[in-house]
Write a protein that binds this ligand. Structure first.
Ligand code: DHB
Ligand code: MG
Length: 225
């Protein structure tokens, strides 16, 4: 029955019912995350499908994710990869990485995914040193304090034309407040400052509402010339 006062979450349910449907692997992922005590800060089901479609539309064969959590977005991104595609995902917490590994395997995506455990900045430095194949898509959904550094590394690791996506760049409007008591805000504001008239990147940010309330994604594409 239609609610008299539909909420953002009700509309997300409607979208899921019509456009996405049942997804036992993602349901199991969320249940396993909750059972293991992971914070419920995954992207939503509709956002996960968006990540999958962006990967597919960009014919992504190599994806880098910073911030694995329990692997919900990694499952989505891996589903958007081509057959021989690979996802490298970085996670600080070994316990989270273990949950993610099981969730990815359970979703039938495990073989496409390497989970690298440790401090992301050190792992990213290693990926640059190893000249790991350039990435077609980078999804950043980790500690916001380091977003500016993650952008630096994403630029070193992405190919011309690559798509860079950052989660949580609106935070219910708190991004506007330079003196916010949310410690995550200054890091996010620094990301926007870096992208102002950036010589190599064209960017936008899209505000979102839904099951994850009011937030947004910042997207940038590396210029080809
Ligand atoms: C938080 C982090 C996220 O990546 C997210 O999507 C929502 C909240 C947080 O740290 O509070
Ligand atoms: Mg997030």
């Amino acid at each position: 029955m239609q609610s008299a006062d539909p909420s953002w979450s009700d509309v997300d349910d409607y979208i899921v019912n019509h456009l996405i449907g049942e997804d036992p692997a993602l349901d199991a992922c969320l249940a396993a995350n909750a059972a293991a005590g992971l914070p419920p800060i995954d992207v939503s089901i509709t956002q996960g499908r968006m990540l999958e479609l962006l990967a597919r539309a960009n014919r992504a064969e190599n994806i880098l994710e910073i911030g694995t959590l329990g692997g919900f977005s990694a499952i989505s991104l891996a589903r958007g990869l081509g057959h021989s595609g690979k996802l490298v995902t970085l996670e600080l917490e070994p316990d989270y990485a273990a949950v993610a590994r099981r969730n990815l395997d359970n979703a039938g995506q495990g073989e496409k995914v390497d989970i690298l455990v440790g401090e992301a900045l050190a792992t990213l430095h290693g990926l640059v040193e190893q000249r790991r194949a350039p990435f077609d898509l980078v999804f950043v959904d980790a500690d916001k304090q380091n977003y500016a550094s993650y952008l630096d590394y994403a630029l070193k690791l992405a190919r011309p034309g690559a798509l860079l996506i950052f989660d949580n760049v609106v935070r219910e409007g708190r991004v506007l407040d330079p003196s916010s008591d949310d410690p995550k805000v200054p890091g996010t504001r620094k990301l926007y400052e870096m992208l102002k008239n950036h010589p190599q990147l064209d960017a936008t940010a899209i505000q979102t509402v839904g099951a994850k309330k009011w937030d947004g994604f910042l997207m940038a594409v590396v210029r080809e010339e």
